[in-house]
Design a binder for this molecule. Sequence first.
Ligand code: ATR
Length: 273
Amino acid sequence: MRKKVGLIGYPVSHSMSPQMQNGAFEKAGLSYVYDKYEVHPDQLAEAVQDMREKGFAGWNVTIPHKQAIMPFLDEIAEDALKIGAVNTVVNENGVLTGYNTDGAGFVKGLMRHVRFPIEEAKVLIIGAGGASRAISYALSKEGPRAIAITNRTMEKAQDIFNECLRDQDQVISLQEAEERLFEFSIVINTTSIGMKEDRLPLRVDHLKAGTVVSDIIYNPFKTALLKESEKRGAIIDNGVAMLVFQGALSFEKWTGVAPDASLMEKIVIEELG
Ligand code: ATR
């Protein structure tokens, strides 16, 4: 019998994780099957109990259950505790542990483009939602020289600074970020602007050529920010890498082996058409 894994969320219909994960299981010769399960928020407790009873090896968790699932798990790993959200559950002999691979997955994708020692990097993070929190936490552990965080709502940036960043990091206004943009060697847009109105999250007149500019959005494939940054000589990266590497890290937690991430990326890009 194939081991069961999957995704719970509401909705889940748009997810490309089944194709990506099942392709990787097949390539690795592992007998697992990944399905998506639409779980209404009122049914979350029952769904977790059901997956427990059915002996799922683990599963991914997406919106709106990333926080809500925490009380139904047996253990929460440090990364998920700090980020305040679970995207991966692992079932080890009946003990359900919640992890968060979003931040570490993003960082893994980002590092493919960073051609200088990360200790020298000055990073700008735009946005202060859940994705920003995961990325801020994971990136600060890599030890960049400094991280500045900015957001439309400053209090939310301040909260992330307090909970996930370090003394040498800072909260700055959008205006200050625009004026000081040339200082940063890595710029990360974690806002949902690209998906909604697709305008620039801030002015990029002062962007330096060679800066790594990353946007967590993959649809559109190139947001206004990525297009404009590319014109100015930046090295750009979209949200496909975050999707792929958070999934690759989940795969590794369930199976104990690393998947073929290049194949997973190829599958996602094909699905996006
Ligand atoms: P998630 O938790 O999935 O990351 P979120 O909480 O909706 O999503 O946060 C999205 C981020 O995009 C936030 O930084 C949000 O800014 P606010 O904290 O000020 O709300 C930002 N964002 C979304 N729409 C925006 C818009 N139209 N203009 C500027 N920022 C926007």
